[in-house]
Design a protein around this ligand. Structure first.
Ligand code: FE2
Length: 105
């Protein structure tokens, strides 16, 4: 199974078995893991493209890598905010978390 499919399956399973008040945090944790996986894939591609002397390809891959790193930073900021507030301020029933869980079930 490709690693990305495993990450998706794990995030879905975690969201389903998690209390509604923590679903946003669980999904953001999954997003952090996915971003790290994608960053690792780009880093390997860059190493191989460079070894093949394809600096033109390296340039494109490094742009994509930068985009993934910026997204990771954004997701981590969101995750920090949600993790800090979720237990004190759970979303109401029927909120986004409930819709996400319904969509996954
Ligand atoms: Fe991506």
């Amino acid at each position: 199974m490709p690693a990305i499919d495993g990450l998706q399956a794990e995030a879905k399973a975690n969201a389903k078995k998690t209390d509604d008040s923590l679903v946003d945090s669980v999904l953001l944790q999954g997003a952090v893991e996915v971003k790290h996986h994608e960053i690792g894939v780009y880093e390997n591609l860059i190493i191989n493209a460079r070894a093949m002397g394809r600096e033109d390809v390296v340039e494109v891959l490094e742009r994509n890598l930068g985009s993934e790193q910026r997204t990771l930073a954004m997701v981590k900021r969101l995750q920090e905010r949600v993790a800090a507030t979720t237990p004190k301020n759970p979303p109401s029933e029927g909120g986004v978390a409930t819709k996400i869980k319904d969509a996954l079930s």
